[in-house]
Write a protein that binds this ligand. Structure first.
Ligand SMILES: Nc1ncnc2c1ncn2[C@@H]1O[C@H](COP(=O)(O)OP(=O)(O)OP(=O)(O)O)[C@@H](O)[C@H]1O
Ligand SMILES: *[C@@H]1O[C@H](CO)[C@@H](O)[C@H](O)[C@H]1NC(C)=O
Ligand SMILES: *[C@@H]1O[C@H](CO)[C@@H](O)[C@H](O)[C@H]1NC(C)=O
Ligand SMILES: *[C@@H]1O[C@H](CO)[C@@H](O)[C@H](O)[C@H]1NC(C)=O
Ligand SMILES: *[C@@H]1O[C@H](CO)[C@@H](O)[C@H](O)[C@H]1NC(C)=O
Ligand SMILES: *[C@@H]1O[C@H](CO)[C@@H](O)[C@H](O)[C@H]1NC(C)=O
Ligand SMILES: *[C@@H]1O[C@H](CO)[C@@H](O)[C@H](O)[C@H]1NC(C)=O
Ligand SMILES: *[C@@H]1O[C@H](CO)[C@@H](O)[C@H](O)[C@H]1NC(C)=O
Ligand SMILES: *[C@@H]1O[C@H](CO)[C@@H](O)[C@H](O)[C@H]1NC(C)=O
Length: 669
């Protein structure tokens, strides 16, 4: 009995100043002077709109009612004690285009208003890839999602979903409403205000979501768009939660607004006064300056002269900052950097800022006006053809986010040149740690973590993103280390540049010798399996501290796979581990990595494991299968020679460019 009393006391007297459930209600017909707790980009505009995102790319915005609300009376979370609630709000999404926008917004009921670890973009400022779906999020949301993300099993690029703890919706449908029995769809990105009602019945745990275009005369549709049951008492485990909104931008210009909001515990949400809501801004095209057209005709000779001088200076300046821009690129919005900004960021691409020279071009360190450090890669490109597809691809790749990938921030185009802007990786590339004798050797623990990191980045590219991205150029120099020494895979998708706009009759193989799967010699087609082959070579390289193909002082060709294979047959595979570790490594892990490296290097693509299995083997979640007996007689060097590769001859042009083509090969012979 004393326990019960204590619990009741804590529940009612509570630590938080939660309002008593029974009468809590509020109405905001516009947010002028409203007391909300805002974070990120969220602000209230002078005319009373709650603007969750302000158009800056890749940022978040949240707005919450400042006090937590009590959702169930008893702190033990029993279903019977769960309160009902009802809310109505009006939202509007203004993108740069009427049919395209970046990401959406959500109504949120959450235990905490701290969303610092959540990501923008497709994560809508609610979760991150690490926390998506985790029950510790204590999050209920109704999402208005404008982009199809297959990683969350989204149904379309214009849907409403009911979410618990993550973005994989319990129930979802295309945005729209029922006009009696007929469904009428609505476009979330139409720039028109939309009214939404969310009703929750605490007894039956039923939640209904209804929406309709905002029109003063329109009655609320009788049939809800979504209706499902959600056990909110386990989400709101200690009885109180905050209510509000979350939104985030991706790479396209977009603003998310809330015009009005009402809420009521245990009763119907008070109706909003539609005629007193603020109005959404109209997006008008920017006014064009007509100064030159007016000044020139009326100017005196002297003025003409002065103008000519000014024009000359302007043109000179313009040539210096000249870029290539085409109409279709406008749709990529702020993802495009101006050349001027990049020029300033990199000190005019000064040699002092040069980070390194790779197969695709030079890489410079830059500091943007916002003080963000970036790496700018200058890629020379010859053909205009294929550029459109390539830039579209760069933009779609910019949406890839994973803790083991180098984030692509944007691009800029000039004549014959493409500039790619990446997150700056202060610790540079992995090959320097492996081969630079002046640095202390990486410990086994670091190496194993790097291998696991790259595997998880590659798994994301192969299987977890909306379309398969084949990397095509996995190698130690494309693995960069961030400030916590996490491995991040760079250059993904870039190898495609060499596929576009080239003569379809010659097969170009992109890759680096020793990392290239033997089947590429005749098919020339990169695949997930050929990436796995490269990853195998990479694992052996990291474990052994040797390049996949080396030539010793006495001109012997040594193919790393063959050597490891030879030691494995002799029953002492861990003899090949980098001598710089001086035996300080975990036998079990090293043997796993080396044997897995061999398995991935299997000459038959079909016999190589998939990245998902590789990750399971590395995590110890599945036992590594024994290497097959047919593997015993094979020798990578002779196999590659049979396929038309000669790793020995090839290693020369390769080491300087990193890029190889089949025509190089015939030329080299
Ligand atoms: N995001 C980055 N942050 C810090 N340094 C970088 C970054 N990207 C590249 N670098 C540095 O620039 C060098 C050249 O990079 P790049 O990726 O162009 O060449 P690569 O990987 O050696 O060859 P390839 O272009 O064939 O893949 C790298 O070795 C690395 O040290
Ligand atoms: C948008 O919000 C961010 C974060 O508060 C701020 O840094 C940026 O200047 C804002 N941009 C505009 C155009 O207001
Ligand atoms: C806003 O609401 C919070 C929580 O109810 C309260 O502590 C704070 O004083 C309020 N601020 C203003 C300016 O009214
Ligand atoms: C928010 O959460 C992060 C971790 O996710 C933590 O580091 C930070 O201190 C928290 N902030 C507040 C104000 O509680
Ligand atoms: C969920 O999050 C908690 C705390 O952040 C963590 O300990 C746990 O491992 C996570 N669970 C899963 C399945 O990721
Ligand atoms: C409704 O959906 C149909 C078919 O998907 C589409 O053709 C139409 O443009 C949509 N209407 C609106 C207003 O989005
Ligand atoms: C949800 O909608 C159904 C069908 O209109 C209705 O019977 C039910 O009472 C509604 N539930 C809530 C919680 O509003
Ligand atoms: C809801 O969840 C709570 C706590 O997890 C549990 O005790 C209760 O039985 C659940 N109610 C229903 C209706 O499933
Ligand atoms: C709605 O707002 C208008 C304009 O602010 C006002 O004249 C009207 O009285 C309001 N209606 C109600 C029912 O509050």
């Amino acid at each position: 009995m004393p326990h019960l009393v204590l619990l009741l006391f804590l529940g009612l007297g509570g630590l938080l100043p939660a309002a008593s459930a029974a009468d809590e209600q509020f109405v905001f017909d516009g947010f002028k002077g409203a007391n909300l707790s805002l974070d990120g980009m969220a602000t209230v505009t002078p005319d009373g709109l709650l603007m969750l995102t302000n158009g800056t790319s890749q940022l978040k915005g949240h707005a919450f009612y400042p006090a937590p609300l009590r959702f169930h009376g008893a702190p033990d979370g029993t279903a019977a004690a769960m309160e009902s609630f009802s809310t109505a709000f009006v939202i509007g999404i203004i993108g740069a285009f009427e049919d395209l926008s970046s990401h959406g917004m959500a109504f949120v009921v959450a235990k905490s208003t701290n969303f610092t670890s959540a990501l923008p973009g497709q994560f809508m400022g609610l979760v991150s890839s690490a926390t998506n779906g985790n029950a510790t999020n204590h999050l209920f949301a109704v999402e208005f999602d404008t982009i199809l993300n297959s990683e969350f099993d989204d149904m379309s690029g214009n849907h409403v979903g009911i979410d618990v703890d993550g973005l994989n919706s319990l129930d979802a449908d295309n945005a729209g409403y029922y006009d009696d029995a007929t469904f009428r769809n609505m476009s979330l990105v139409s720039r028109k205000p939309m009214q939404v009602w969310v009703d929750f019945d605490g007894r039956t745990m039923q939640v209904n979501v209804t929406m309709a275009p905002l029109e003063a005369a329109r009655r609320r549709p009788r049939r809800p768009l979504l209706s499902t049951t959600v056990n909110l008492s386990s989400v709101i485990d200690d009885g109180t939660a905050y209510v509000g909104f979350s939104s985030a931008t991706g790479i396209l210009f977009c603003r998310h607004y809330v015009l009005g909001w009402s809420f009521r515990m245990n009763g119907a949400a008070p109706p909003l006064n539609v005629s007193s809501l603020p109005t959404l801004p109209v997006t008008a095209p920017r006014p064009r300056s007509r100064a030159l057209e007016i000044v020139l005709p009326i100017a005196s000779a002297a003025l003409v002269f002065a103008a000519a001088a000014a024009v000359f200076a302007f043109l000179r300046r313009r040539r210096m900052y000249a870029e290539v821009r085409e109409d279709w690129e406008a749709s990529f919005g702020p993802h495009r950097f101006s050349y001027k900004d990049l020029l300033h960021a990199t000190d005019g691409f000064s040699d002092k800022r040069l980070l390194g020279i790779g197969g695709f071009g030079r890489v410079y360190r830059g500091v943007l006006a916002s003080k963000t450090e970036v790496a700018v890669k200058k890629v020379a490109h010859g053909s205009r053809q294929g550029m459109r597809e390539f830039v579209a691809e760069v933009v779609s790749i910019g949406r890839l986010r994973h803790r083991n990938l180098v984030q692509l921030l944007g691009y800029c185009r000039r004549k014959g040149e493409l500039l790619l802007v990446y997150d700056y990786m202060p610790n540079g590339s992995l090959d320097r740690y492996l081969y630079d004798r002046s640095r202390t050797a990486l410990s086994w623990g670091q190496r194993f973590r790097i291998i696991k990191g790259v595997a998880s980045g590659l798994l994301y590219l192969h299987e977890d993103w909306e379309k398969v991205v084949v990397h095509r150029d996995i190698k130690a120099s494309n693995v960069l280390l961030d400030k916590e020494m996490n491995a991040r895979l760079g250059d993904f998708g870039l190898a495609r540049l060499y596929d576009h706009g080239t003569d379809p009759h010659t097969t170009h193989v992109v890759g680096t010798m020793g990392y290239m799967a033997p089947e590429l010699g005749h098919t020339g087609k990169a695949s997930k399996a050929s990436d796995v082959f490269s990853f195998g070579a990479f694992m052996l390289e990291v474990a052994c501290g040797r390049k996949p193909v080396v030539q010793d002082e006495r001109d012997n060709r040594l193919v790393l796979v063959d050597w490891v294979l030879d030691r494995w047959r002799a029953g002492c595979v861990t003899d090949t581990v980098d001598p710089r570790l001086q035996g300080d490594f975990l036998e079990r892990e090293a043997s796993l990595v080396l044997r897995l490296g061999l398995l991935c290097s299997h000459p038959l693509p079909g016999a190589r494991p998939a990245m998902r299995q590789i990750v399971q083997y590395l995590d110890g979640d599945a036992p590594l299968p024994e290497l097959s007996p047919t593997y015993q007689g094979f020798n990578m060097l002779s196999l590659m020679q049979d396929q038309g590769f000669d790793p020995y001859i090839m290693s020369f042009p390769m080491s300087s460019t990193g890029i190889s083509t089949i025509s190089d090969l015939s030329g080299g012979r």
